[in-house]
Write a protein that binds this ligand. Structure first.
Ligand SMILES: Cc1cc2nc3c(=O)[nH]c(=O)nc-3n(C[C@H](O)[C@H](O)[C@H](O)COP(=O)(O)O)c2cc1C
Ligand code: SF4
Ligand code: SF4
Length: 263
């Protein structure tokens, strides 16, 4: 089968998912139509055709796809369009996220040609999978994309694509109930450069006064503001964050997980 257009949809507040989807897209050696939804989740998408391929990359949040993306997936329309769902997780576990993403795409008219779970530095700190995806991860992503590309070019029709066994549970893991809203705090070392406001995917850092988090209840805890602050002036002080970060450092920082692919 020939693919006419390759589209890539990515949500990636701290950029690790983006590294993997860029690596996968590059293998298809054609103009890529990028749909980056990190900062704008209201945009329209084309109706995807049966000769298109859609690569979708998202981070794992609590073993699921990020809740704020659910509506967006319902606005995607495939027409027996091949897709490659990809999740990025922070070396703890991807649980039901890849299955959920693949299910959502299937319900919207897409056929999964290959799927993968890759590892990226955890949002909660560089102690957990720091620097990943690394050279090895990117090489695995490239090999994965080449294998899916060869699978697609080696078949005559969509009917030849067999359903993949993607790990995960039905029903999916329950999302944790929203507790007391919490967001980042800002230290006195902040010099009002405004960088954190430009990288916040929720637009809740006041551009005029970056110490002001306008809606802590919408904070994703993605830590993009913390990781990009040149003054190290943003931090999380919530007890939940501190405890969970401690858990991750104690339990998920020594053993490095490896990418898992399904073709
Ligand atoms: C709210 C939240 C929940 C997360 N849940 C998980 C998880 O369940 N398992 C895991 O291994 N990593 C988890 N992570 C880590 C992210 O999946 C990981 O850091 C990912 O690489 C971030 O992607 P990005 O760089 O594209 O933003 C979570 C991160 C956040 C912010
Ligand atoms: S990036 Fe850091 S220094 Fe710049 S405005 Fe934000 S908190 Fe302040
Ligand atoms: S304020 Fe919250 S949503 Fe915005 S970048 Fe910081 S952690 Fe992410």
């Amino acid at each position: 089968m020939n693919i006419k257009s390759v589209h890539c949809l990515t949500f990636s507040p701290t950029g690790t998912t983006r590294k993997i989807t860029d690596t996968i897209s590059a293998v298809f050696q054609t103009k890529i139509h990028n749909h980056d939804v990190t900062y704008d989740r209201t945009k329209d998408f084309p109706d995807f055709a049966s000769e298109d391929l859609l690569i979708v990359g998202i981070p794992v949040y609590g073993g699921r796809i990020p809740a704020i993306l659910e509506d967006l997936f319902h606005r995607l329309h495939g027409n027996q369009t091949l897709c490659i769902p990809v999740v990025l997780y922070g070396n703890r576990a991807f649980e039901d996220a890849l299955l959920e993403l693949s299910d959502l795409l299937k319900a919207q008219g897409f056929i999964t040609a290959g799927a993968g779970a890759f590892i990226g530095e955890h949002s909660y700190g560089s102690e957990i999978a720091g620097g990943r995806p690394n050279v090895f991860d990117l090489a695995e992503a490239k090999k994965f994309a080449e294998a899916v590309r060869d699978k697609i070019t080696g078949i005559d029709s969509h009917e030849a694509i067999k359903p993949l066994h993607i790990p995960g549970n039905h029903p999916y893991k329950e999302r944790s109930a929203p507790g007391i809203p919490w967001g980042p705090v800002t230290m006195d070392s902040c010099n009002n450069c405004g960088i954190c406001a430009t990288v916040c995917p929720m637009g809740i850092i006041d551009r005029e006064d970056p110490k002001n988090i306008t809606d802590p209840g919408s904070c994703l805890h993605c830590c993009a503001c913390i990781k990009t602050c040149p003054q190290n002036a943003k931090a999380m002080e919530s007890e939940f964050y501190k405890k969970f970060r401690g858990f991750l450092i104690a339990n998920c920082s020594e053993t490095q997980k490896e990418p898992e692919i399904f073709i």
